[in-house]
Design a protein around this ligand. Structure first.
Ligand SMILES: Nc1nc2c(ncn2[C@@H]2O[C@H](COP(=O)(O)OP(=O)(O)OP(=O)(O)O)[C@@H](O)[C@H]2O)c(=O)[nH]1
Ligand SMILES: [Mg+2]
Length: 178
């Protein structure tokens, strides 16, 4: 049995929980709590520990998907979830004030993992805010010496999220079936 572990990270509300739910073959495990006391969270619920889902590509190939909490107050989970991870999917929310700042922040926070494992980036909510465009992200990454695939995704779309995971599996092992 080939088992891959991939983690999803990114800022609050970017769509980590939504993406894993859209993709998982089994009902996802979620640890969302009411966010009514958390002023920075503009939606009802926020992840406090992790998300978990699984996809079976074929009889002997499973991909385990873990989502981090977005809020920095739960960042102690980030290192725990990174352990043994074979790749990082970073989601960025195009409606946030400064997505490039978010990008820099997550590249720094996960620098140990990125040092050893591939990263794929998905930009969400481009239907709500079309700027910055994909090429701006690619330019920014190239300027920082990073050759990373960047996709426009809607976290609610199984196909969009699958595209990210497929790109990730190819980065991990070009011989793997997506
Ligand atoms: N319009 C639009 N909405 C989106 C898109 N992607 C995700 N969403 C919505 O954005 C919200 C994302 O919420 P979550 O999935 O809880 O976000 P999260 O990243 O898990 O947030 P935390 O756990 O708080 O860090 C949901 O309401 C989604 O329906 C998109 O591309 N366009
Ligand atoms: Mg969440």
């Amino acid at each position: 049995m080939i088992e891959n572990k991939i983690i999803f990270t990114g800022p609050v509300g970017v769509g980590k929980t939504t993406a894993i739910a859209a993709l998982s073959d089994d009902p996802p495990v979620q640890t969302d709590a009411s966010a009514s006391d958390m002023t920075q969270v503009r939606k009802g619920y926020t992840t406090v520990a992790m998300d978990y889902g699984v996809i079976r590509l074929d009889e002997n190939h499973k991909v385990h998907l873990y989502g981090t909490p977005g809020q920095e107050r739960f960042d102690f989970m980030w290192g725990i979830l990174s352990k043994g991870s074979m790749g990082l999917i970073l989601l960025l929310d195009n409606t946030r004030a400064n997505p490039f700042k978010d990008l820099q922040f997550f590249l720094t926070s996960f620098s140990d993992l990125i040092h050893d494992a591939p990263i794929v980036i998905g930009i969400t909510k481009m239907d709500l805010s079309s700027q910055p465009g994909i090429e701006s992200y690619q330019q920014y990454l190239a300027q920082h010496g990073l050759n990373v695939p960047v996709f426009e995704v809607d976290a609610r779309s199984e196909d969009d999220v699958k595209q990210l995971v497929t790109a990730m599996l190819y980065s991990i092992d070009p011989g793997l079936r997506g």
